[in-house]
Design a protein around this ligand. Structure first.
Ligand SMILES: [Zn+2]
Ligand SMILES: [Zn+2]
Length: 343
């Protein structure tokens, strides 16, 4: 199942491709034949071998994120092979196997970029949201935001590109001296991150939807020292917590679970409203923070670490045509690990 370098030459590239297209939020994706995109200066054309389905895609589909490109090809956990390059491409060459993440472009000039916070860039563009992404046979990407992948690359690599990266960025925000780490919501990001955290000697407490004994067993199989319903209190005070479930009510819950000085990180791009809570559960220097997007530096740190652990993702594969089914399975919590589309 490994992704092989493409022997294909640009002469044999087709003019059209199949893609799952979002015409309007709230409507299912439509299977369409569209032109294969032309790489602009600095861009490469990638033959997609797999593309992960992320919870963010559900938020775009549901119209919960502002101003998507429309019509849009979603998908920001892309692995594939470069089959042609546009003008002025210098770092990536034909035949390279690359990963394309959510961060698709930054300006390099705004105050955030100049401070090294390109994840907060004022003029950023995002793969599968404001740029077309990987729910298609081909996609183009700016070479500067592609990660070159080595070793064995398979469809199971795709979830590392967002679930892995955003999970890792969240993890990098939990502070020093964390021994007991709570993870709220045990989906794609959590199943990757727990492997990194256990590798680094942390004790992981996994909180799932009420009664989801399957997810709890899955968490234990990946090394969680405790797994239970998110309605249950933590069995002992935690040093830090990461919330991946898009459920605002988990914020005061996690604040109550963490010890004095503990950090609660919200890892998602969208969350339901956070209910009011008494100041005393934030007091004693507990910290509440969010994580937005990623930097290329996160990828440079995380991808080698994932190989070292080594992180094994669990994926449910779907043909491209079944993107709507994959999204619905994700919505209903029927995906163990991560859903991945294979064109
Ligand atoms: Zn994502
Ligand atoms: Zn910028």
């Amino acid at each position: 199942m490994a992704v092989q370098p493409e022997p294909e030459t640009s002469q044999t590239l087709p003019a059209s491709m199949r893609a799952m297209v979002l015409d309007w939020p709230g409507e299912p994706l439509k299977y369409k034949t569209v032109p294969v995109p032309e790489p602009a200066p600095g861009q490469v054309l990638i033959k997609v071998s797999a593309c992960g389905v992320c919870r963010t895609d559900l938020h775009i589909l549901d119209g919960e994120l502002d101003k998507p490109k429309l019509p849009l090809i979603m998908g920001h956990e892309i692995v594939g092979t470069v089959v042609s390059t546009g003008p002025n491409v210098t770092m990536v060459k034909k035949g390279d196997i690359v990963g394309v993440p959510w961060l698709g472009y930054t300006c390099g000039r705004c105050s955030y970029c100049l401070k090294g916070k390109e994840n907060l860039c004022e003029n950023a563009a995002f793969t599968g949201y404001t740029l077309d992404g990987g729910y298609a046979e081909y996609t183009v990407a700016d070479e500067r935001y592609c990660f070159k992948l080595s070793g064995e690359v398979t469809p199971a690599t795709a979830p590392l590109l967002c679930a892995g990266l955003i999970g890792y960025r969240s993890y990098s925000m939990i502070g020093e001296h964390v021994e007991k780490l709570g993870i709220y919501g045990f989906g794609a990001a959590a199943h990757i991150l727990i492997q990194v955290a256990v590798f680094e000697g942390k004790k992981v407490y996994a909180f799932t939807r009420k009664g989801d004994v399957e997810a709890q067993a899955f968490a234990r199989s990946l090394g969680a020292v405790w797994a239970g319903d998110s309605s249950q209190p933590a069995p002992q005070p935690l040093d830090a917590a990461i919330i991946f479930a898009p459920v605002g009510a988990l914020v005061p819950k996690a604040l109550q679970d963490v010890d004095k000085g503990g950090v609660v990180v919200c890892g998602g791009i969208h969350m339901s409203d956070i209910p009011a809570f008494p100041y005393r559960i934030l007091w004693e220097e507990r910290v509440l923070r969010s994580v937005a997007n990623l930097t290329r530096g996160d990828g440079a740190r995380f991808l080698p670490l994932a190989a070292q652990v080594p992180v094994q993702t669990e994926v449910q594969l779907y043909p491209l045509l079944q993107a709507n089914e994959a999204l619905e399975d994700l919505r209903q919590g029927r995906v163990r690990g991560a859903a991945v589309l294979v064109p």
